[in-house]
Design a protein around this ligand. Structure first.
Ligand code: 173
Length: 321
């Protein structure tokens, strides 16, 4: 073979090797587990806009949508099995696949810190192993939950009350004597309207999105736990991306986590809006409130550690509570 032919073949081989890196734009299919345009989908939608702007010619996200496209409790499995490539979903919706996900609500440190102290690494490893996914981002660490009620109580005791839950609130509601009823968010309104539920768990923000103020009388204080809504990428998809594609997504993920700085103002305005809508706070004595928070924390950690002793303890150490 002539020297020229050898070098031509070598050049072709190199080009073939380089081809994946120079691959054209990749488009990922994305879903969210919350209704489109609502509180816990909004920032993911801003993230998609950013990726589609910064990632022109590199990586794009095709937004399929929310619960109209896929039931919320199936989103975790859909990203695991690559039915979708990227998803916005709370761990509470995939505890069936990853019992440890129940601990994320107890990990309320800013993500900048969790990325440094080993929390992100452990949580990512859990997602790699149990959800075949890469843990791209976590949002809303500084947004707490409440129990909203339609019957007044004078101490933290839910005896005789039926309360709509997800795994976030289930153990707590049970520990306080209530009857938990699990539903996705889309069924909360009807459950309250029909009196199937006397109350529900939900974050401090977002109740206006689906009109729940019309069927809500009270918000129980104090707030507890820490909202977690995660952006997950199917692991095979993540591994198949090149450095430039990963960089667009990773940079946008850090930007997304940074949006948590907006939450303090959002919370203040949502609380005020609830007051104007006639939703009254139920407040307990300081001692009773303190005991409630301690119980909320303890029952949740106990449940996690019972299901996953080793990892549960590690997560608790990292959480420091
Ligand atoms: O109440 C819920 O549906 C729930 O678990 C949740 C979790 C994160 C954000 C909003 C709701």
């Amino acid at each position: 073979m002539s020297l020229k032919a050898v070098s031509t073949i070598a050049a072709l081989a190199l080009a073939a090797l380089a081809a994946p890196a120079a691959a054209q734009e990749v488009t990922l299919r994305g879903v969210t587990s919350f209704a489109e345009g609502t509180q816990f989908s909004k920032n993911f939608e801003r993230f998609i806009e950013k990726v589609n702007k910064d990632g022109k010619g590199v990586v794009q996200i095709n937004y399929i949508g929310g619960p109209r496209a896929m039931p919320p409790f199936e989103v975790g499995n859909a990203v695991r099995s690559k039915v979708v490539d990227i998803a916005n979903v709370t761990g509470a919706f995939y505890t069936n696949l990853m019992p440890e996900a129940d601990a994320f609500k107890l990990m309320g440190k800013p993500m900048s810190e969790q990325r440094k102290n080993g929390s992100w690494a452990l949580i990512n490893e859990l997602h790699n192993q149990k959800l075949n996914s890469y843990f791209l981002a976590r949002q809303f660490h500084n947004v707490p939950f409440h129990i909203y009620l339609n019957k007044k109580i004078d101490k933290p005791d839910f005896t005789g009350l039926k309360i709509r839950v997800t795994p976030v609130y289930r153990d707590l509601v049970q520990a306080l004597g209530g009857t938990p009823i699990t539903t996705p968010p889309g069924e909360v309104y009807t459950a309250l309207e029909r009196g199937v539920a006397d109350g529900y768990g939900w974050p401090v923000s977002g109740i206006f999105d689906l009109g729940w103020e019309k069927v809500t009388k009270f918000r129980m204080e104090p707030a507890f736990y820490s909202v977690e809504v995660n952006v997950l990428v199917n692991q095979d998809v993540w591994k198949g991306l090149n450095d430039a594609q990963r960089k667009v997504l990773s940079d946008a993920a850090l930007w997304l986590e940074g949006l948590d700085s907006e939450n303090e103002a959002v919370i203040a305005s949502e609380r005020e809006r609830q007051t104007k809508a006639g939703i009254q706070p139920i407040e307990f004595s300081p001692d009773s409130a303190k005991a409630f928070l301690a119980k909320a924390n303890d029952v949740a950690w106990q449940a996690v550690i019972a299901k996953s002793p080793e990892t549960g303890k590690k997560l608790r150490e990292l959480a420091g509570n």
